[in-house]
Design a binder for this molecule. Sequence first.
Ligand code: Z5A
Length: 211
Amino acid sequence: MSNYGRFLSVEGGEGVGKSTQIVALADAIRKAGFDVVITREPGGTPGAEAIRQLLLGGSAERWLPRAEALLFAAARSDHVERLIKPALESGKWVISDRFLDSSRAYQGGGSGISDTDILALHKIGSMGLLPDRTLVLRLDTHEAIERAAVRDAGQADRIQGRSTGFHSDVDSAFVSFAEVEARVRLVDASGTLQAVTSRLLSEIADLLVAS
Ligand code: Z5A
């Protein structure tokens, strides 16, 4: 039995149900006997939450893609050093609502920064830390946007407000990561909350057994 915790990230487009499912996933992992910390990106620590305000507020043109990628990497660095690594080192499981692959999909696939550059920023800022498993929730783009719009009463943030084409590029980027990286799993986010939770749990069953 390792003393090091497990690190899960949950990814996908807006409105696919990440935040909802993370709560259910954490409950199931706690029932299996583990301490779980839920966190999110951008954010998770006071410094990173301050950067979140800069990133998600203001006009769509507030940041150009390179500055935006640097700000996400800076927020992630603080999050990794002050919250994620200490929690893992004390044996806790960490579930992050978005992580590195969001930068690769949004600032890379959606905004044109190369994957090599985003990974280089991640190496500098966060020592290249990768999740043990990344669960990408996938839902028809229009259905997901509709779910988020109902929840937010039409108040999109800087990034949510981008075009449907941008969000399709983001989804394609997530699919391409799963094609080459075994840690990345695509999970169908349609159907009932319980059906989605059970699909997610089946993708981490090996980690629960081995911990
Ligand atoms: N971003 C980036 O560009 N680069 C990065 O490196 C990082 C992030 C880390 C953060 O937005 C933005 O930052 C994000 C990417 C970018 N922008 N976009 N797009 P955020 O944190 O504010 O939000 P989000 O991450 O995009 O997720 P979200 O919009 O909050 O959605 P969600 O968490 O996936 O969904 P939810 O809130 O759990 O569910 C949405 C609604 O659907 C809600 O009312 C639920 O009750 C409902 N729901 C959930 N599941 C179901 C099912 N199964 N059936 C029916 N209804 C459901």
